[in-house]
Design a protein around this ligand. Sequence first.
Ligand code: NDP
Ligand code: GDR
Length: 370
Amino acid sequence: MKTALITGITGQDGAYLAQLLLGKGYRVHGIKRRSSLFNTQRVDHLYQDPHEKDVLFSLHYGDLSDAMNITRIIQEVQPDEIYNLGAMSHVKVSFDTPEYTANVDGLGTLRILEAVRLLGLTDKTKVYQASTSELYGLVQETPQNERTPFYPRSPYGVAKLYAYWITVNYREAYGMFACNGILFNHESPVRGETFVSRKITRAVSRIALGQQDVLYLGNLDAQRDWGHAKDYVEAMWLMLQQDEAEDYVIATGVTTSVRRFVELAFRYVGIAIEFSGLGSNEEGRVVSCTQPNYQLPIGTTLVKVDHNYFRPTEVDLLVGDATKCKTKLKWTPKYDLDALIHDMMASDLNLVKQEQLLTDNGFDVMNNNE
Ligand code: NDP
Ligand code: GDR
């Protein structure tokens, strides 16, 4: 039986990966941060009572900024595979917390690699590093592949650049099995609510059910190559099953603007919108509505631009070429953008209906209903 250690197990990818590995018969250990509220919602369905025998899923308190803690956990777990998914992963927030981002996303990776080396696990433990299409940043060429030059455009991208190269360096210097998955944007129903895809599907669901009036967004022109997290964690696993450690791009090869994503999400609930106006004055208005629960008059403004959501430097266009992953790893994604939006919208509509039910029945957590 193989043992895997996942940093960032409470995040979107960590949860899907843990589920995938348990299904393959792995023993899975994860590192979670201490927080004042429970932060394990995405993996609660995988929880096993530690008092039972033969527990296959365990969580350890830890933090990527703490080398001693990381080293101790790796020593205890003796993993065959480490998936380093933990990160301050929000690009816009990295401009507000640049030093913290560098510490966790950059040096955190070094702490993992160095712990494996110092513990003498170089021949046993394979390491996956969660690299990102944000490395490409300012567009040099499209589609972007493993040979495209990097030009990161945020403290997040720069921290991940260090992590990318230290992973390559440990592979070359110490013969360690360490590889980078250069993943393009991937989303899901459990995507964090402040990333644009989930912000949109959540808001569109709330608008369709009469819980919200307007969705405020930043740069509608940005283009992203959006895939489904379920497909992408499969590629992570495949990378560590190879004889040789290499770096791979994971992407769908299709790029779509934020504006188009919004239109597609509204279309899912029978609302057609059209954008007009320029820059900060651009608005998305209803042109037709077949939404049965909530009739929206033609011309109603549903989307507005708010400059607070713009980044000081932006990544304008991402579209990946995953030929290497598809040919070498035989990776075959199951979701296209329509299927992804379908999955996210179906889930968010359900969640909004549940919230509505609680509110309609007078349930209010802060006021402690008796
Ligand atoms: P999430 O933001 O959903 O999850 C990030 C995880 O990292 C969470 O479990 C979070 O814990 C944990 N974390 C944050 N800070 C620390 C820290 N100091 N120490 C230990 N753990 C920490 O990200 P995703 O699941 O979407 O992404 C996974 C990885 O892949 C990240 O490294 C991200 O940068 C990278 N990536 C993601 C892409 C995407 O489109 N999703 C594309 C390319 C790369 P908590 O739950 O407590 O916040
Ligand atoms: P990104 O994802 O920065 O690509 O990083 P995000 O969803 O945050 O932004 C995508 C694009 O949408 C534009 N945008 C907005 N973004 C947010 N969050 N909120 C808004 O209101 C909004 N309006 C427009 C952004 O400017 C951007 O161009 C994600 C993260 O998961 C990283 O960790 C990962 O490495 C990369 O994807 C690949």
